[in-house]
Design a protein around this ligand. Structure first.
Ligand SMILES: Nc1nc2c(c(=O)[nH]1)N[C@H]1C(S)=C(S)[C@@H](COP(=O)(O)O)O[C@H]1N2
Ligand SMILES: [Mo]
Length: 315
């Protein structure tokens, strides 16, 4: 576990009250999970959150004021196919993910490619708490108090060349460590991508934590992408490389099934999709479905990025 402050300083001396409180909430939920371990779950299901507090947090003007999904559900209901294809699998198996040492390489069409250690990345810019919706293509959604800073902060750091039009994200993959339970469909490493203007948009977050702590493994530790107006699969977890490219990258889901999954994956309740109705969603923890909003409710901020595009075709 990473210790980010000398042990002789009490957290209350350096932690703003809100963070301190969210940490206490976090620990309370962690306690509930530990209690679950005695109910016949395997020991590692307890998932003692191997996380550390992140400070300080500035509040973000981009946050929704909807009620965040309880941490317990954020930890137990995940998609992370490297660790299985059931929603409960990542909480059982993601403990295998080695989160230190960890570095991200940023390369491709840039003036100054770099490899940054995760602990430098954590200090690179002021962290914000941003409460964003995450909406999966399978029609469930969550509200997550993410911690991170705009991806654009990091991307500007390496001075992209004029020829760069896209960024490609690559997730961690070591077949010695990860035994995917989802053979034959998705290929690993998991690859995602954004058009450069999408990647530079201020809503696009480099996610480094949630609920005031570093990211739990099943949520994509130690660093992931969060793109709130797109289906969840665009938000790549546990990334190790960001590459600037001229051509649109071939990403994991369209590669597996290009009729079902598009590169853009903007949340679109009006899309006439061959396989499913995308007009409604179930917020995790709620009983009834609700209507899905265009761009997951972020239309005002992002719809101009797609002016003139046919969103039935470019889905
Ligand atoms: N590396 C990697 N990233 C991934 C996935 C994955 O399987 N592997 N699943 C995606 C999908 S389909 C969704 S809906 C979100 C789920 O994020 P959460 O489990 O933190 O809610 O992560 C996305 N990022
Ligand atoms: Mo998803």
């Amino acid at each position: 576990m990473l210790i980010r402050r000398p042990a002789d300083i009490a957290p209350s001396e350096i932690t703003p009250q809100t963070v301190f409180e969210s940490r206490r909430r976090f620990l309370a939920h962690g306690g509930a999970l530990l209690a679950g371990a005695t109910l016949g779950l395997p020991a590692h299901a307890a998932n003692a959150p191997d996380t550390t507090p992140l400070t300080p947090l500035a509040a973000s003007r981009f946050s929704t004021n909807e009620t965040p999904t309880p941490l317990k559900q954020l930890l137990e209901y995940n998609n992370f196919y490297e660790f299985g294809s059931s929603k409960g699998d990542p909480s059982l198996y993601a403990h295998k993910l080695p989160i230190r040492p960890w570095a991200i390489t940023i390369d491709g069409l840039v003036r100054t490619p770099v490899t940054l250690d995760i602990d430098r990345l954590l200090k690179l810019a002021a962290l914000e708490e941003r409460i964003y919706r995450l909406r999966c293509v399978e029609a469930w959604s969550m509200v997550v108090p993410w911690v991170g800073y705009p991806l654009s902060t990091l991307l500007k750091h390496v001075e992209p060349l004029g020829s760069a039009k896209y960024v490609r994200f690559e997730s961690y993959y070591d077949p010695e460590v990860i035994t995917p339970h989802f053979f034959g469909f998705l290929e690993f490493p998991y690859v995602e991508g954004l058009r450069l203007d999408e990647a530079m948009h201020p809503l696009t977050l480099l996610g480094l934590g949630l609920y005031g702590e570093t990211l739990p493994r099943q949520n994509g530790a130690p660093v992931r992408i969060v793109v709130p107006w797109k289906y969840g699969f665009k938000s790549a977890k546990s990334i190790v490389r960001i590459t600037f490219t001229e051509d649109q990258p071939l990403t994991s889901w369209p590669k597996a099934d290009h009729k079902a999954y598009g590169f853009f994956a903007n949340v679109n309740p009006q899309l006439q999709h061959p396989q499913w109705d995308q007009s409604r969603e179930r917020r995790i923890g709620e009983l009834f479905k609700r209507d899905t909003l265009p761009f997951n409710g972020y239309a005002e901020q992002v719809s101009s990025l797609y002016a003139g595009m046919d969103l039935q075709r470019a889905f």
